[in-house]
Design a protein around this ligand. Structure first.
Ligand SMILES: [Fe+2]
Ligand SMILES: [Fe+2]
Length: 314
């Protein structure tokens, strides 16, 4: 993957410094982002240095102090935004009961319901391109958590990750299943291929997962996000699979979603009760951040869904 296209002053300055063999980092911290999209494409690329990096950026830049300083500054801005968007208080009582009730009471727009019955062929492919930014590195943001957790939580997270990474079969990683579906649909299946096409909302969704995963301090938010993600996946996956078959798209794409109908019905229980539950037994103070992570997952998906539905309606 190459560095994305700049979307404003900050991203253009940052990507130029990342690519340069003799970079001048001095303008980085004094260049404000033009807007949220400029900020988030920059942050997405800075996070990416910790995943697979870019062909046009030296691997050593992952720990370049000026780039780390910029990342921290953008993350602080984003974290403030996420905390400002969240409600002031969270549900009380037994964690699992309160968590499932909270997720069930969230009444957001559903892209899957739209795909199930209404979207055109082209709209559906557009959605798959947007989703590819995450699904082609599915579960990677949660993998950062592993060495940061106590034993029971770590074991339970690895049970979930084992499924996400194909149960030991390199042809069955969820990211690999998605890539196969993309290719069969005539779409590009390379990691990050569509980054220049995605709107702010997709960048925010991906950046939130990396922010939570890469900062040990935010481990509660990361696991709360994971739990909400798993708890809102099974039924929408069934709808997606039905919609893809309604449109006659290749079965391999529907099979990615079939896989999640069954898997995520198990994963939601594992994530809420065992992963979050065991961590809360040891660190009850993380409860609020778990709800913050869950809220963020639902809220950002809602923003993305509304953006897509408005575009399709127009
Ligand atoms: Fe998955
Ligand atoms: Fe899952």
């Amino acid at each position: 993957m190459l560095t994305p296209k700049g979307r404003g002053s900050l991203s253009e300055t940052a990507f130029q410094a990342m690519r340069s063999t003799s970079p001048d980092y001095s303008p980085l911290l004094s260049t404000p982002a033009d807007d949220a999209e400029d900020l988030h494409v920059t942050l997405w690329a800075l996070h990416e240095l910790h995943y697979r990096g870019f062909e046009d950026v030296d691997d050593d830049r992952e720990w370049q102090p000026e780039l780390i300083a910029l990342r921290r500054s953008l993350e602080a801005t984003f974290e403030r935004t996420l905390r400002d968007r969240a409600p002031d208080a969270w549900p009380e009582g037994d964690f699992a009961d309160a968590f499932f009730a909270y997720v069930a009471s969230h009444d957001g727009a559903s892209l899957a319901a739209q795909v199930q019955r209404h979207t055109t062929h082209e709209q559906t492919l557009e959605l798959l391109r947007m989703r590819s930014i995450y699904h082609l590195k599915e579960s990677d943001p949660s993998a950062w958590l592993v060495p940061r957790l106590p034993d029971r939580t770590k074991a339970a997270l690895m049970e979930l990750q084992f499924d996400e990474y194909g149960g030991g079969d390199p042809t069955r990683l969820h990211a690999t299943l998605f890539a196969r579906g993309m290719d069969d649909c005539g779409l590009r299946d390379e990691y990050g291929a569509y980054i220049d096409d995605v709107p702010l909302e997709v960048l925010e969704e991906n950046n939130a997962m990396s922010l939570f995963g890469l900062n040990r301090r935010l481990r509660g938010a990361s696991l709360g996000h994971l739990a909400a993600f798993e708890a809102t996946s099974s039924i929408p996956s069934r709808r997606m699979a039905q919609g893809l078959r309604r449109l006659g798209l290749p079965d391999s794409m529907a099979e990615y979603y079939d896989e999640h109908v069954a898997a995520d019905a198990v994963h939601e229980q594992l994530a809420v009760r065992t992963i979050c539950g065991s961590l809360l037994d040891e660190e009850p103070a993380l409860r609020d951040d778990m709800f913050l992570g869950a809220f963020t997952c639902l809220d950002l998906e809602d923003r993305f869904a509304r953006r897509m539905l408005e575009g399709w309606a127009a």
